[in-house]
Design a protein around this ligand. Structure first.
Ligand code: PBG
Length: 330
Protein backbone atom coordinates (compact mmCIF):
# COMPACT_ATOMS: atom_id res chain seq x y z
CA UNK A 1 0.00 0.00 0.00
CA UNK A 2 1.45 3.42 -0.93
CA UNK A 3 0.92 6.29 1.47
CA UNK A 4 0.87 9.93 0.43
CA UNK A 5 4.19 10.52 2.12
CA UNK A 6 5.63 7.57 0.33
CA UNK A 7 5.33 9.45 -2.95
CA UNK A 8 7.20 12.50 -1.66
CA UNK A 9 10.90 13.15 -2.22
CA UNK A 10 13.12 11.60 0.44
CA UNK A 11 14.14 14.91 1.97
CA UNK A 12 12.84 18.45 1.93
CA UNK A 13 12.44 21.16 4.49
CA UNK A 14 9.12 21.55 6.27
CA UNK A 15 9.08 25.33 6.81
CA UNK A 16 5.45 25.04 7.75
CA UNK A 17 6.36 23.28 11.00
CA UNK A 18 7.15 26.63 12.59
CA UNK A 19 4.12 28.37 11.12
CA UNK A 20 1.41 26.22 12.62
CA UNK A 21 0.48 28.35 15.64
CA UNK A 22 0.84 31.96 16.72
CA UNK A 23 3.03 30.78 19.60
CA UNK A 24 5.50 29.17 17.21
CA UNK A 25 5.37 32.05 14.74
CA UNK A 26 6.04 34.51 17.52
CA UNK A 27 8.94 32.43 18.81
CA UNK A 28 10.79 32.59 15.49
CA UNK A 29 9.79 36.12 14.44
CA UNK A 30 12.87 38.08 13.36
CA UNK A 31 11.50 41.61 13.48
CA UNK A 32 9.32 43.14 16.18
CA UNK A 33 7.91 46.64 16.32
CA UNK A 34 8.13 48.56 19.55
CA UNK A 35 6.56 51.92 20.48
CA UNK A 36 10.07 53.22 21.14
CA UNK A 37 10.87 52.81 17.43
CA UNK A 38 8.45 55.51 16.44
CA UNK A 39 8.64 59.27 16.00
CA UNK A 40 5.27 60.96 15.63
CA UNK A 41 5.06 64.11 13.47
CA UNK A 42 3.00 67.07 14.73
CA UNK A 43 1.83 70.13 12.81
CA UNK A 44 1.60 73.16 15.07
CA UNK A 45 -0.30 76.29 14.24
CA UNK A 46 -1.20 79.69 15.71
CA UNK A 47 -4.61 80.27 17.25
CA UNK A 48 -6.62 78.86 20.12
CA UNK A 49 -8.41 75.57 20.38
CA UNK A 50 -7.41 74.53 16.90
CA UNK A 51 -7.65 70.85 16.16
CA UNK A 52 -8.30 70.82 12.44
CA UNK A 53 -8.09 67.58 10.52
CA UNK A 54 -5.78 67.73 7.50
CA UNK A 55 -7.87 66.73 4.50
CA UNK A 56 -5.04 64.99 2.65
CA UNK A 57 -3.99 63.07 5.77
CA UNK A 58 -7.04 61.64 7.54
CA UNK A 59 -6.45 61.27 11.27
CA UNK A 60 -3.72 63.96 11.37
CA UNK A 61 -4.37 67.46 12.68
CA UNK A 62 -3.20 71.03 12.76
CA UNK A 63 -2.85 71.72 16.47
CA UNK A 64 -2.64 74.98 18.37
CA UNK A 65 -0.30 75.24 21.36
CA UNK A 66 -3.07 74.59 23.89
CA UNK A 67 -3.60 71.12 22.36
CA UNK A 68 -0.02 69.99 22.87
CA UNK A 69 -0.17 68.97 26.52
CA UNK A 70 -3.03 66.58 25.79
CA UNK A 71 -1.17 65.26 22.79
CA UNK A 72 1.96 64.65 24.87
CA UNK A 73 -0.10 62.80 27.50
CA UNK A 74 -1.63 60.55 24.87
CA UNK A 75 1.78 59.77 23.37
CA UNK A 76 3.22 59.01 26.79
CA UNK A 77 0.36 56.64 27.56
CA UNK A 78 1.18 54.84 24.31
CA UNK A 79 4.91 54.77 25.16
CA UNK A 80 5.81 56.81 22.07
CA UNK A 81 8.84 58.81 23.17
CA UNK A 82 9.50 61.25 20.34
CA UNK A 83 7.79 63.84 18.17
CA UNK A 84 8.90 65.73 15.07
CA UNK A 85 7.57 69.28 14.86
CA UNK A 86 6.45 71.17 11.76
CA UNK A 87 5.12 74.72 11.96
CA UNK A 88 2.51 76.75 10.15
CA UNK A 89 3.63 80.37 10.46
CA UNK A 90 1.38 83.39 10.90
CA UNK A 91 2.87 84.91 7.77
CA UNK A 92 5.25 83.84 5.02
CA UNK A 93 7.93 86.00 3.43
CA UNK A 94 10.75 85.60 0.95
CA UNK A 95 13.35 84.65 3.57
CA UNK A 96 11.19 82.51 5.85
CA UNK A 97 11.65 84.73 8.89
CA UNK A 98 9.34 82.90 11.29
CA UNK A 99 11.60 79.85 11.03
CA UNK A 100 14.33 81.63 13.01
CA UNK A 101 12.18 83.95 15.10
CA UNK A 102 12.63 82.99 18.79
CA UNK A 103 8.86 83.52 19.13
CA UNK A 104 8.08 81.47 16.00
CA UNK A 105 5.42 78.81 16.28
CA UNK A 106 7.81 75.86 16.44
CA UNK A 107 9.95 77.48 19.13
CA UNK A 108 6.84 78.16 21.19
CA UNK A 109 5.66 74.58 20.66
CA UNK A 110 9.01 73.22 21.83
CA UNK A 111 8.82 75.26 25.02
CA UNK A 112 5.23 74.19 25.66
CA UNK A 113 6.01 70.51 25.16
CA UNK A 114 9.21 70.50 27.18
CA UNK A 115 7.49 72.29 30.03
CA UNK A 116 4.64 69.80 30.14
CA UNK A 117 6.55 66.64 29.25
CA UNK A 118 10.28 67.08 29.84
CA UNK A 119 11.00 63.46 28.96
CA UNK A 120 9.42 63.62 25.53
CA UNK A 121 12.12 63.81 22.84
CA UNK A 122 11.27 66.88 20.80
CA UNK A 123 12.79 66.92 17.32
CA UNK A 124 12.41 70.01 15.15
CA UNK A 125 12.21 69.80 11.38
CA UNK A 126 14.66 72.42 10.16
CA UNK A 127 13.75 73.90 6.80
CA UNK A 128 12.50 77.15 5.34
CA UNK A 129 9.82 75.86 2.96
CA UNK A 130 6.91 76.17 5.39
CA UNK A 131 7.94 79.79 6.06
CA UNK A 132 8.84 81.14 2.62
CA UNK A 133 6.30 82.84 0.38
CA UNK A 134 7.71 81.00 -2.65
CA UNK A 135 7.61 77.63 -0.86
CA UNK A 136 11.22 76.67 -1.59
CA UNK A 137 13.56 75.30 1.06
CA UNK A 138 16.05 78.15 0.80
CA UNK A 139 16.69 81.68 -0.34
CA UNK A 140 15.74 82.31 -3.97
CA UNK A 141 18.09 84.40 -6.15
CA UNK A 142 17.52 84.67 -9.91
CA UNK A 143 14.85 81.98 -9.77
CA UNK A 144 17.31 79.51 -8.20
CA UNK A 145 17.57 78.30 -4.62
CA UNK A 146 20.90 79.78 -3.54
CA UNK A 147 22.74 77.09 -1.57
CA UNK A 148 25.35 79.16 0.21
CA UNK A 149 23.05 82.08 0.99
CA UNK A 150 20.66 79.62 2.67
CA UNK A 151 23.21 78.06 5.04
CA UNK A 152 23.39 80.96 7.54
CA UNK A 153 19.59 81.01 7.83
CA UNK A 154 19.46 77.28 8.50
CA UNK A 155 22.25 77.65 11.06
CA UNK A 156 20.38 80.46 12.75
CA UNK A 157 17.17 78.39 12.81
CA UNK A 158 19.01 75.48 14.40
CA UNK A 159 20.37 77.69 17.19
CA UNK A 160 16.96 79.24 17.86
CA UNK A 161 15.29 75.80 17.94
CA UNK A 162 17.94 74.38 20.26
CA UNK A 163 17.75 77.41 22.54
CA UNK A 164 13.99 76.86 22.76
CA UNK A 165 14.78 73.38 24.06
CA UNK A 166 14.70 71.09 21.02
CA UNK A 167 16.38 67.78 21.85
CA UNK A 168 17.39 67.15 18.23
CA UNK A 169 17.40 69.37 15.15
CA UNK A 170 16.56 67.73 11.83
CA UNK A 171 17.57 69.60 8.66
CA UNK A 172 15.37 68.58 5.72
CA UNK A 173 16.35 71.23 3.18
CA UNK A 174 19.00 69.29 1.21
CA UNK A 175 21.40 72.22 0.83
CA UNK A 176 25.00 71.03 0.50
CA UNK A 177 27.13 71.75 3.55
CA UNK A 178 24.25 72.48 5.89
CA UNK A 179 25.13 69.86 8.48
CA UNK A 180 28.60 71.40 8.87
CA UNK A 181 27.14 74.92 9.01
CA UNK A 182 24.57 73.89 11.63
CA UNK A 183 27.12 71.98 13.74
CA UNK A 184 29.47 75.00 13.74
CA UNK A 185 26.69 77.39 14.71
CA UNK A 186 25.40 75.14 17.50
CA UNK A 187 28.90 74.64 18.90
CA UNK A 188 29.67 78.35 18.78
CA UNK A 189 26.49 79.00 20.76
CA UNK A 190 27.51 76.47 23.39
CA UNK A 191 24.95 73.95 22.16
CA UNK A 192 27.52 71.20 21.76
CA UNK A 193 25.12 68.62 23.17
CA UNK A 194 22.36 69.12 20.59
CA UNK A 195 22.36 66.24 18.11
CA UNK A 196 21.64 66.60 14.40
CA UNK A 197 19.36 64.12 12.67
CA UNK A 198 20.08 64.79 9.00
CA UNK A 199 17.57 64.08 6.29
CA UNK A 200 20.62 62.71 4.50
CA UNK A 201 19.16 60.91 1.51
CA UNK A 202 15.98 62.78 0.76
CA UNK A 203 14.50 62.43 -2.67
CA UNK A 204 12.37 64.76 -4.75
CA UNK A 205 9.35 62.52 -4.23
CA UNK A 206 5.75 62.58 -5.34
CA UNK A 207 4.94 61.01 -1.98
CA UNK A 208 5.26 64.37 -0.18
CA UNK A 209 2.09 65.60 -1.89
CA UNK A 210 -0.28 65.23 1.10
CA UNK A 211 2.28 66.87 3.42
CA UNK A 212 2.51 69.94 1.23
CA UNK A 213 -1.23 70.39 1.59
CA UNK A 214 -0.80 69.98 5.36
CA UNK A 215 2.16 72.38 5.63
CA UNK A 216 1.01 74.70 2.85
CA UNK A 217 4.54 74.39 1.52
CA UNK A 218 4.21 73.51 -2.16
CA UNK A 219 6.73 75.46 -4.25
CA UNK A 220 5.03 78.36 -6.02
CA UNK A 221 7.24 77.90 -9.09
CA UNK A 222 9.35 75.02 -10.36
CA UNK A 223 9.98 71.96 -8.19
CA UNK A 224 12.57 70.66 -5.72
CA UNK A 225 14.58 68.56 -8.15
CA UNK A 226 17.43 71.07 -8.13
CA UNK A 227 18.20 70.24 -4.50
CA UNK A 228 16.40 67.05 -3.46
CA UNK A 229 17.75 63.77 -4.82
CA UNK A 230 16.76 61.92 -7.96
CA UNK A 231 14.87 58.81 -6.73
CA UNK A 232 16.73 56.79 -9.35
CA UNK A 233 20.09 57.09 -7.56
CA UNK A 234 21.13 54.66 -4.83
CA UNK A 235 24.92 55.07 -4.97
CA UNK A 236 24.50 58.83 -4.71
CA UNK A 237 22.25 58.30 -1.68
CA UNK A 238 25.11 56.52 0.07
CA UNK A 239 27.45 59.40 -0.81
CA UNK A 240 24.96 61.89 0.63
CA UNK A 241 24.81 59.90 3.86
CA UNK A 242 28.58 59.60 4.03
CA UNK A 243 28.94 63.36 3.54
CA UNK A 244 26.43 64.18 6.28
CA UNK A 245 28.24 61.85 8.68
CA UNK A 246 31.56 63.51 7.82
CA UNK A 247 29.98 66.93 8.46
CA UNK A 248 28.81 65.86 11.91
CA UNK A 249 25.38 64.22 11.67
CA UNK A 250 24.50 62.09 14.70
CA UNK A 251 21.57 60.26 13.09
CA UNK A 252 21.00 59.85 9.36
CA UNK A 253 17.64 59.54 7.68
CA UNK A 254 16.37 58.11 4.44
CA UNK A 255 13.16 59.46 2.94
CA UNK A 256 10.69 58.27 1.69
CA UNK A 257 10.89 54.85 3.36
CA UNK A 258 8.83 52.36 1.42
CA UNK A 259 10.23 53.18 -2.02
CA UNK A 260 13.78 53.04 -0.59
CA UNK A 261 14.02 49.78 1.31
CA UNK A 262 17.08 48.87 -0.76
CA UNK A 263 18.84 52.08 0.24
CA UNK A 264 17.90 51.56 3.90
CA UNK A 265 19.38 48.05 3.77
CA UNK A 266 22.56 49.21 2.05
CA UNK A 267 22.99 52.13 4.44
CA UNK A 268 22.52 49.80 7.43
CA UNK A 269 25.38 47.66 6.10
CA UNK A 270 27.63 50.59 5.24
CA UNK A 271 27.26 52.88 8.28
CA UNK A 272 27.04 52.34 12.01
CA UNK A 273 25.22 55.52 13.04
CA UNK A 274 21.57 55.30 14.11
CA UNK A 275 19.48 55.09 10.96
CA UNK A 276 16.04 56.63 10.58
CA UNK A 277 13.47 56.25 7.82
CA UNK A 278 10.57 58.58 7.14
CA UNK A 279 7.32 56.80 6.25
CA UNK A 280 6.04 59.94 4.50
CA UNK A 281 2.63 61.48 4.00
CA UNK A 282 1.97 59.83 0.63
CA UNK A 283 2.75 56.39 2.01
CA UNK A 284 0.32 57.08 4.84
CA UNK A 285 -2.37 58.50 2.58
CA UNK A 286 -2.21 55.50 0.23
CA UNK A 287 -2.93 53.07 3.04
CA UNK A 288 -5.69 55.30 4.43
CA UNK A 289 -7.35 55.74 1.06
CA UNK A 290 -7.24 52.07 0.14
CA UNK A 291 -8.52 51.10 3.58
CA UNK A 292 -11.41 53.55 3.46
CA UNK A 293 -12.35 52.20 0.04
CA UNK A 294 -12.36 48.72 1.56
CA UNK A 295 -9.50 47.53 -0.65
CA UNK A 296 -7.24 46.40 2.14
CA UNK A 297 -7.13 45.61 5.83
CA UNK A 298 -5.72 48.78 7.37
CA UNK A 299 -4.32 47.18 10.49
CA UNK A 300 -2.52 44.38 8.68
CA UNK A 301 -1.27 46.65 5.88
CA UNK A 302 0.06 49.27 8.30
CA UNK A 303 1.90 46.80 10.51
CA UNK A 304 3.32 45.04 7.45
CA UNK A 305 4.67 48.30 6.04
CA UNK A 306 6.24 49.36 9.35
CA UNK A 307 7.72 45.91 9.93
CA UNK A 308 9.27 45.98 6.45
CA UNK A 309 10.89 49.35 7.12
CA UNK A 310 12.36 48.05 10.36
CA UNK A 311 13.44 44.76 8.80
CA UNK A 312 15.26 46.70 6.06
CA UNK A 313 17.37 48.28 8.80
CA UNK A 314 15.76 51.44 10.12
CA UNK A 315 15.93 51.62 13.91
CA UNK A 316 13.93 54.84 13.99
CA UNK A 317 10.68 55.11 12.05
CA UNK A 318 9.02 58.48 11.60
CA UNK A 319 5.39 57.72 10.91
CA UNK A 320 1.90 59.21 11.01
CA UNK A 321 0.69 55.68 11.78
CA UNK A 322 2.54 55.66 15.13
CA UNK A 323 -0.43 55.94 17.46
CA UNK A 324 -2.62 53.46 15.65
CA UNK A 325 0.26 51.07 15.20
CA UNK A 326 0.94 51.03 18.94
CA UNK A 327 -2.73 50.38 19.69
CA UNK A 328 -2.76 47.55 17.19
CA UNK A 329 0.44 46.07 18.59
CA UNK A 330 -0.90 45.73 22.11
C1 PBG B 1 10.32 70.07 4.43
C2 PBG B 1 9.79 68.68 4.56
C3 PBG B 1 8.96 67.97 3.69
C4 PBG B 1 8.68 66.77 4.33
C5 PBG B 1 9.38 66.76 5.53
N1 PBG B 1 10.07 67.94 5.65
C6 PBG B 1 8.34 68.36 2.41
C7 PBG B 1 9.17 68.56 1.21
O1 PBG B 1 10.38 68.40 1.20
O2 PBG B 1 8.54 68.97 0.22
C8 PBG B 1 7.78 65.69 3.79
C9 PBG B 1 7.11 64.86 4.84
C10 PBG B 1 6.00 64.00 4.36
O3 PBG B 1 5.66 63.94 3.17
O4 PBG B 1 5.41 63.33 5.22
N2 PBG B 1 11.32 70.24 3.49
Amino acid sequence: MTTTTGTLPASFQRFRRLRSSEGLRSLVRETRLDPADFVYPLFVTHGDNVRAEIPSMPGQYHLSLDQLAGEADELRSLRINAVLLFGLPAAKDDEGREAYDPEGIVQRAVRTLKQHAPDLVVITDLCLCEYTSHGHCGVVRDNQVDNDATLPLLARTAVVQAHAGADIVAPSDMMDGRVAAIRDALDESGLVQTPIMAYAAKQASAFYGPFRVAAESAPQFGDRRGYQMDPANAREALLEIEADIAEGADIVMIKPALSNLDIIARAREAFDLPLAAYNVSGEYAMVKAAASAGYLDERLATLEVLTAIKRAGAGIIITYHAKEAVRWLS
